[in-house]
Design a protein around this ligand. Structure first.
Ligand code: SF4
Length: 251
C-alpha cells in the first residue's frame, strides 16, 4: 500500500481522524488499511460494538508478535533497553510542563464545561429528536439534522483539542535546536489541528444558541473560553496557521 501513488503521503498525521466526514478517504493509506483490517466493524462504525474490540484484540496479538520478531532481527533484547535516570527525569519534566501549561489548563476547563453542559442537556436533545434515524424523523427534519450535526461536531472535538494542544506543547519543548526541526514541524501541525477543532466547535456552539436560546449565557461563556484559547494558541504557536497539512492544505 505504501507504494500506491494514489495515496497522499502522511495525510493521516495531521487530520482530525473523523473518517466518516473526511473527503480524502480514497487518498488515505490509513483509511484503506483500517478498512482491510477491520472489514466487519467498518460496515458499522460503532466503536463500542463487540466485533470492533475483538478485531482490535486480535491485531494487538499479531502486532506484539511482529514487534518481537523485529527486535530479534535487530538483536534487541527488550529487557536490556536502558532508560537512564536522566531520560526519566526529562520525560517527567516534559509531562509536568505540558500538564501545567496554561493552554492545557484552558483546554481542560473547556472539556469540563462542555461535558457538564452536554450531560445536563441530554434530555433536551432527545426531545428534539437528535437520536432518531434521519429516515425516521418526524417534524422539522432540517432542524433535527442541523442540531445533530452541531452536536456531533462539539462532541468530536471536545477532548481532541486538549490532546492536540498537549502534543503541540511537547513538540515545542522537545525542539531544542536546528537538529530537531521535526519536532517543530510536528508541534505546528498538531497546533493547527487543535485550532481547526476550536474554529469548528465555535461555529457549532453558535448554532446551538439558535436551538436553545435560554442557554445562550452558558453557551457564550464556553465560546468566550474557546475564543481566548484560540487566540493564545495562535500566539504560542505562531507557525501553526501557516502549517500545510498534507492533502488538506495543498490544493
Ligand atoms: S485523512 Fe481522513 S480518512 Fe485518513 S485517517 Fe484522517 S480523517 Fe480518516
Amino acid at each position: 500500500m505504501a507504494s500506491n501513488p494514489n495515496f497522499i503521503p502522511g495525510i493521516y498525521n495531521y487530520c482530525d481522524r473523523w473518517c466518516e466526514r473526511c473527503s480524502f478517504t480514497d487518498k488515505c493509506m490509513n483509511y484503506a488499511m483500517e478498512k482491510e483490517r477491520f472489514p466487519k466493524s467498518h460496515d458499522n462504525p460503532d466503536v463500542d460494538n463487540e466485533v470492533f474490540w475483538e478485531e482490535l484484540a486480535e491485531t494487538l496479538h499479531d502486532t506484539l508478535e511482529m514487534l518481537r520478531e523485529m527486535m530479534k532481527e535487530r538483536g534487541i533484547d527488550i529487557d536490556e533497553i536502558e532508560v537512564t535516570e536522566e531520560d526519566e527525569k526529562k520525560e517527567e519534566d516534559l509531562r509536568e510542563f505540558t500538564k501545567n501549561h496554561f493552554l492545557t489548563k484552558m483546554a481542560d476547563e473547556y472539556i469540563k464545561m462542555g461535558d457538564e453542559w452536554l450531560k445536563r442537556m441530554e434530555p433536551a436533545f432527545e426531545e428534539n429528536g437528535v437520536y432518531y434515524d434521519r429516515s425516521d424523523m418526524e417534524g422539522d427534519k432540517e432542524k433535527m439534522v442541523a442540531l445533530r450535526d452541531a452536536l456531533e461536531v462539539i462532541r468530536w472535538y471536545l477532548f481532541q483539542i486538549s490532546v492536540k494542544i498537549q502534543r503541540a506543547l511537547q513538540g515545542m519543548q522537545r525542539h531544542e535546536g536546528p537538529d530537531d526541526e521535526a519536532f517543530l514541524y510536528d508541534s505546528n501541525g498538531s497546533a493547527k489541528v487543535a485550532l481547526l477543532g476550536i474554529d469548528r466547535s465555535l461555529s457549532a456552539w453558535q448554532r446551538m444558541t439558535g436551538f436553545f436560546p435560554k442557554e445562550e449565557d452558558n453557551i457564550i461563556d464556553m465560546m468566550i473560553l474557546l475564543g481566548r484559547l484560540r487566540e493564545k494558541t495562535e500566539k504560542v504557536f505562531p507557525g501553526a496557521r501557516k502549517f500545510k497539512r498534507p492533502g488538506f492544505d495543498e490544493g
